[in-house]
Design a protein around this ligand. Structure first.
Ligand code: HEC
Length: 438
């Protein structure tokens, strides 16, 4: 009797849906466009098991003892409104049953364990692209992967180099002006944040620093390469010395997640933007707060700077890109909006990615929508819209000659467009997919 009960349990366990093979792909397809680290609708991030478990504003996303009472199922079945996925067709009953059976069977995480060996990551499907950057010589492009950075040649003729590190996720990348260093910011969700410093000549990791208990956002490198700034989900900004990876200081003057940072042209200041709506100007040497660059309007997710001047473009939740001067004329009042140079037209989704072309003529804007828009810096006029992605954009980057725009995001594809007219010059999946992948 006992034996057959065990057998039954074993059978039902083996028949339980797999998080890794079934649940995660469903979440990635239907949910993570809105529930991801850069824009967690209702406080819920569905990109990792640990975040899914943690749940959102309403608490744990599933209850294994009462599967049907789980928030996730109640949203999927419209027991709680608005039904998820928000604004789209309901999931078919068979998919909802996969969630129910998985939760009922204990909601186990069967993802391959993340041991720190040198095994290259195996990809069953293209991962979300959080960041990409051109090398300053224009010959290659660095793309974020899972637990690695992939360096692709622009012509695609040689297989990518794979720079494997500790962090499960790479969320931001930055090259030094001379191209000798590549900086990565990321971490393993709910475990640690990490800043990595790579030698681009040998493709080896020179140094790394871990900080906080969650991934870090928006790593940027000072133009003189001296310092690295990163934003964190504990509302802090940490600044590191590039030469040693030692933390110089941390500041805590934001009131919400800090999602992006950028240094001024002379490396003496940097700006951090946060969901608390502030773009804060900080003295890079001392960490002292100087002033807000903007009049608070909307949650901010992204920032970019003019290639040589202290003019920034910021954007976030309200979908408007704002161009601001970092310096105000002497006799203007604090907290007026006189440093606002321009508000560019509203985008189709919350602004998640910005870049300013090296020739200073163009600003590229990526949002929660699949379209990337290119604007004339001087007039704010739309030049062209780059289409073709299947879902939201997380990163945009100009080539050093400003002729090409690279884009990536939720659909896992890198697309290269001509900045003249947004014609597609190349697209590719930046990771090697294993056999049997869909
Ligand atoms: C288009 C954006 C969007 C998509 C896609 C989406 N959600 Fe949501 N989700 C939201 C918003 C907005 C809320 C807050 C709704 C409210 O309370 O009014 C939310 C709330 C939730 C909550 C409640 C979280 C909490 O604790 O407050 C759960 C659970 C959830 N979504 C699950 C999902 C799942 C599962 C999917 C995919 C099948 C999905 N969502 C797809 C936007 C989205």
């Amino acid at each position: 009797m006992r034996g057959s009960l065990l057998l039954l349990v074993a059978l039902s366990l083996s028949a339980a849906p797999s998080y890794y093979r079934e649940i995660q792909p469903l979440l990635q397809k239907h949910c993570t466009g809105c529930h991801q680290p850069a824009s967690k609708a209702s406080g819920l991030d569905l990109t990792t098991y640990s975040d899914f478990l943690k749940g959102g504003k309403r608490g744990p996303a599933f209850l294994t003892d009462k599967p049907d009472d789980s928030i996730t199922l109640r949203y999927l079945t419209a027991a709680i409104q608005p039904r998820m996925p928000l604004g789209k067709d309901a999931l078919p009953d068979s998919d909802i049953a996969i969630f129910r059976d998985w939760i009922r069977a204990g909601a186990k995480d069967d993802s391959p364990t993340t041991t720190l060996d040198t095994q290259p990551t195996v990809y069953l499907q293209p991962p979300v692209i959080n960041s990409l950057r051109f090398s300053p010589d224009g010959k290659s492009i660095a793309v974020s992967g899972n637990r690695e950075i992939l360096i692709h040649s622009i012509d695609g003729k040689t297989p990518p180099k794979r720079l494997q590190g500790k962090a499960e996720r790479i969320l931001s990348l930055a090259y030094s002006m001379d191209g000798k260093l590549l900086i990565a910011g990321g971490g393993t969700p709910a475990q640690f944040g990490e800043v990595q410093i790579w030698d681009t000549n040998t493709n080896t990791q020179l140094r790394a620093a871990t900080l906080t208990s969650d991934t870090v956002f928006g790593a940027s490198l000072a133009p003189d390469s001296s310092r690295i700034a990163v934003g964190c989900s504990d509302n802090t900004v940490h600044v590191f010395e590039t030469a040693t990876a030692k933390e110089l200081y941390k500041i805590g003057n934001h009131e919400d997640w800090v999602l992006s940072t950028i240094f001024g042209a002379d490396s003496k200041r940097f700006v951090s933007v946060s969901r608390d709506r502030a773009a804060k100007i900080i003295d890079a040497n001392s960490g002292a707060f100087l002033e807000n660059a903007n009049l608070l309007k909307t949650e901010l997710y992204a920032i970019a700077r003019h290639p040589s001047k202290d003019i920034i473009v910021i954007g976030g939740e309200d979908r408007y890109p704002y161009v601001y001067l970092l310096d105000r004329a002497r006799n203007m009042k604090i907290a007026d909006d006189s440093t606002l140079v321009r508000r560019i037209e509203r985008q189709d989704g919350p602004i998640t990615a910005l870049d300013w072309s090296p020739d200073s003529k163009l600003i590229a804007i990526g949002s929660g929508s699949p379209k990337v828009n290119l604007y004339n810096t001087d007039t704010g006029a739309l030049i062209a819209s780059c289409t073709g992605h299947a879902a939201g954009i997380y990163t945009v980057a100009f080539s050093p000659d400003s002729a090409t725009l690279a884009t990536g995001g939720f659909d896992g594809k890198v697309r290269l467009y001509s900045t003249k007219d947004c014609s597609l010059t190349r697209d590719f999946i930046p990771v090697p997919l294993s056999a049997g992948a869909q």
